[in-house]
Design a protein around this ligand. Sequence first.
Ligand code: SF4
Length: 350
Amino acid sequence: MATLVEILSEKTREGDLYEKLPDKRVRCYACGHCCPIGDGLPGVCKVRFNRDGILYVPWGYAAGIQCDPVEKKPFFHALPGAMAFSFGMLGCDLHCGYCQNWVTSQALRDPQAVSAPRAVTPEQVAARAVELGGEIVVSTYNEPLITSEWAVAVFREARRHGLMTGYVSNGNATPQVLEYIRPWVDLYKVDLKSFHDPHYRQLGGRLQPVLDSIRLIYQMGFWLEIVTLVIPGFNDSDRELTEIAEFLSDISPDIPWHVTAFHQDYKMTAPDNTQAGDLLRAARIGRAAGLHYVYAGNLPGRVGEFEDTQCPGCGKILVERRGYRILGYHVTRSGTCPDCRQRIPGRWRN
Ligand code: SF4
């Protein structure tokens, strides 16, 4: 029986995001690692590899497909209540011990992570999204940056059906990959995991490329939302949360910041699960740093006003939520508050 490595080595095509180096070596630009890769070897993500001086990248399969509320991604300022058709491939450039998608993200790195790739075409993915009532197509479950060639092919088809598109990403990008996806990606969620470089190194990355990418994603006009999974003892000090919030507020106070609750998963089983009080503390730190839209996620009914979107001008509740359900929606067709007419940033229904 063929191994997963053998199966995946067939489901590839030549990548776009790389340059050739002397001696059949290549350099990949799909993520912030910018791996130099020798002939016959894979990059850090294990799913992009050099064969005879050509970089081959994942193509022609999905390892996960599901339709979820867009609030689950989470995007709170993009078509509230819409279904987001989500697809993923295999592999990741990081190896977070608490990954909730480790079965797909850690394939080829962790022998326990076994997930069968299913052959599909971009046309089939887009058609299925329409069939299931998706309004948004999202690349998620594995790190989308490292499978950007495939995501762009799917999004081209999604656009032909009038669908919005998005990335749910760790944000370890490069200017090259952001330029490459910009024409095809509307929404971009970055999981900002910490504000300390040693923490990022523990997860297999570095802090600076993520911070640089967040600035660039905002400047390039993607619709950007940030999530921080608040992990007791890892990133939940007042100081670190303040640093994150001030960094975002300095780029723009209009960037939504979601603070969400950690639960023990995969290899990270030592920290306690995050309590509602921890999320409320983090959310108040976000507000104090000047952020207009701070959300406390995944503990529905226990975080009060931090589930709703409030007008920063007059305080009116504009989108009322309970978990992933929309209970009230009052943003005008032109994307403003109906009472004070303040513009509410996002991608609203018109
Ligand atoms: S996607 Fe990132 S980890 Fe994978 S080969 Fe390219 S630069 Fe390396």
